[in-house]
Design a protein around this ligand. Sequence first.
Ligand SMILES: Cc1cc2nc3c(=O)[nH]c(=O)nc-3n(C[C@H](O)[C@H](O)[C@H](O)COP(=O)(O)O)c2cc1C
Length: 383
Amino acid sequence: MKRDPIVSRPLIKMQRHLRTPVLFSLKIMADKSCSVRKNSVAIDGCTRNEQLLSPVRIGRHVIEDPVLLAPMAGITDAPFRKAVRKFGAGLVVSEMIASQELVTNRFDVRAKAEITSSDGLMSVQIAGREATWMAQAARMAEANGAEIIDINMGCPAKKVTSGYAGSALMRDLDHALTLIDSVVKSVEIPVTLKTRLGWDDAALNAAELAKRAEDAGVQMIAVHGRTRCQFYKGRANWSAVAAAKAAVSIPVIVNGDVTDARSAKEALKLSGADGVMVGRGAQGQPWVVSQIAAELKGQVFQEPSASEKRDLFLEHYSSMLDHYGVELGVRCARKHLGWMLDRRPEAAGTRAKLLRETDPERVVSQIKAVFETTHVAPTREAA
Ligand SMILES: Cc1cc2nc3c(=O)[nH]c(=O)nc-3n(C[C@H](O)[C@H](O)[C@H](O)COP(=O)(O)O)c2cc1C
């Protein structure tokens, strides 16, 4: 599919603006052999016979293992998607893209919609309030190589909901449907929807939205088991997602607080959903999406060794500097380095220094040191 060359220009522009080289190479000898070794034994009580996961179809695409990466603004950029895909995730999604800003050519927003050669099957998530911007944004993403368009009706952030976008659309389903309808009609690729249980406990309308969206042509729905008014507080209510699942015949994906095979299994059981979506659980451990998929199938997933993790984080760091330019890349990478360190409590002593460091060469040395001087702390409970 032909890509819009304009989309890669903003990055170059941004890097020029920051007076950094367009391409920065740290000469990192990343080990590309971080591989998944699978045997078939029971993990967390999941056996092959349980059939917890079956392939789902989204238009012409078949997702063999519907354990999906959740869209996360500021996180699921091209470098992070690449790290997640490396372990075999079947579908990745962009950060939320503001539709009007995409169409009116805001360079940083266009950069977020960029699709890279490492993306594989890629969904671009758009957000907005106006049908005309949403339709145009969807067409642009399609022209640029997106294979699925996802509509955001779940973002709880005030700056989004105050513009009546994101989860605010759950308060006005008639209007939400005009957006869905215009997006579905404007592209040939499948359209999916990501939403929450409702605005608040008094308005749990995910099932109604799901049904109406299905009737309008949406081909998969992900439901975060919280209301907008909960933001990220409390526990996700996986049982409440069952109403949306019962209302439609398209695939429904349960989301919220799925961090490992055990929580995934419980979420699938309680919701009856066809798959799970993992967000914060993938921070600092991009292999976890594939790990959950393997373990739900009763396979052993060999977590990357310390040296494989070191190489993965070095490669991710290098990709971030290439993608954003050095100055911005160094800053954007800090949150990922923080999550990496969170999962290695033995490295707490180096945290402040590493996260303040501005010289990429020294960051690289410190990442290497973290993995040389510490050993892997268990990240998951034993089954
Ligand atoms: C930092 C952050 C950014 C997020 N950005 C988006 C977004 O751009 N689009 C979206 O639909 N949801 C977004 N979400 C919500 C997640 O996709 C997901 O629904 C939520 O985090 C619950 O899943 P989890 O418990 O697995 O993280 C974001 C969440 C976080 C924490």
